[in-house]
Write a protein that binds this ligand. Sequence first.
Ligand code: SAM
Length: 276
Amino acid sequence: MSIDGLPPLREVIERHQLAAKKSLGQNFLLDLNLTGKIARAAGDLSNVTVVEVGPGPGGLTRALLLHGARKVVAIERDERCLAALEEVSAHYPGRLEVIPGDALKTDFREIAGSGPVKIVANLPYNVGTELLVRWLTVDEWPPLYMSMTLMFQREVAERIIAKPRSDAYGRLGVLAGWRTEAGIAFDVPPQAFVPPPKVTSSVVHLVPRAEPLPADVRTLGRITEAAFGQRRKMLRQSLKPVGGERLLEATGIDGTRRAETLSVAEFVALANAFRG
Ligand code: SAM
């Protein structure tokens, strides 16, 4: 038995024949101390619904419940995992709801119900960035979630928290910096996972800003995409497809600068000039 009174994860995986599938981005965490550390990084869970993407055999799910999450709603695409998750659900009556399906096709507002929500996940790497961008670019702000505590490859984590004038700074850094305060909570070495991925991972904690600078999210996305699409070029060149000359003049931003030197506020100014 593990500390939560459920069988050890290795046994669960063996009994339910959950050999990891690469196509589903499956790298499982079996150490309840580590999953507990992730749950703690999400802060107090006692009064919130935790939305988890990809519970797999249930390692992180169990830690979230053990650390007192009022309720966990978990979306899992791999039907093989459902029986194992059913056992966790039975151990914590009324506190775990498993939704079979694809997180990319899920309406998170619908599944989260009412009340405060935190998103916590050891994300499948193949869809992690796309999900984060969707969560960062929702129309309604403040968003559904109070915070997001998410595992990424270290290199992606660095792009999320990147500041201007760094190599990692790009569209992700602008979007995350605009709407949230983001930081790396801790790194997780490859050998913590089964099977081990090739690279180090990091847990990133993001808290929505109450009042991000006003901007239209789609326009901001378009401007950053154009600017970083040709990140080595000067802005007067890279922004041409979005009418750069007018935008640079309206904002007083020097067209000989390059995208990576611009602050989030300057990107917001360009986006507002585009619409103005
Ligand atoms: N949470 C478990 C853990 O920490 O050990 C598993 C994490 S594993 C990195 C990613 C999980 O996401 C797998 O269980 C995989 O089946 C699931 N998954 C992959 N793509 C998905 C999708 N589009 N929607 C929902 N779950 C998905």
